[in-house]
Design a protein. Structure first.
Length: 116
């Protein structure tokens, strides 16, 4: 497996929470800074959050700062995105990849829909 496998998306009401998971190949992603990205209908894919290999350094897009939390479990080769206080504008397909992303390592993504 080279491409990551994202999961955890779904339909949630505004103000709700979701936790996304990204299962990776340890050999492929070991040592890399990992990121979450999203693509809304009709828009370009955009950066959401990133975390360095040790987990001690994180960065977020201004639009999600204070609401989303990225984390990783290197023993499980998994990256997480905890999303709280979700807004309709967070609706998108969410992807994980290295940061910066490697072109041929995009997965299928997981759909997040925020709607009442």
């Amino acid at each position: 497996q080279v491409q990551p496998v994202e999961s955890g998306g779904g339909l949630v009401q505004p103000g709700g929470s979701l936790r996304l998971s990204c299962a990776t190949s340890g050999r492929t992603f070991m040592g890399y800074t990992m990121g979450w990205f999203r693509q809304a209908p009709g828009k370009e894919r955009e950066f959401v959050a990133a975390i360095n290999w040790s987990g001690g350094g994180t960065t977020y897009a201004d639009s999600v700062k204070g609401r989303f939390t990225i984390s990783r479990d290197n023993a499980q080769n998994t990256v997480y995105l905890q999303m709280d206080v979700l807004k309709p504008e967070d609706t998108a397909v969410y992807y994980c990849n290295t940061h910066p992303p490697i072109r041929d390592r995009w997965g299928q993504g997981t759909q997040v829909t925020v709607s009442s």
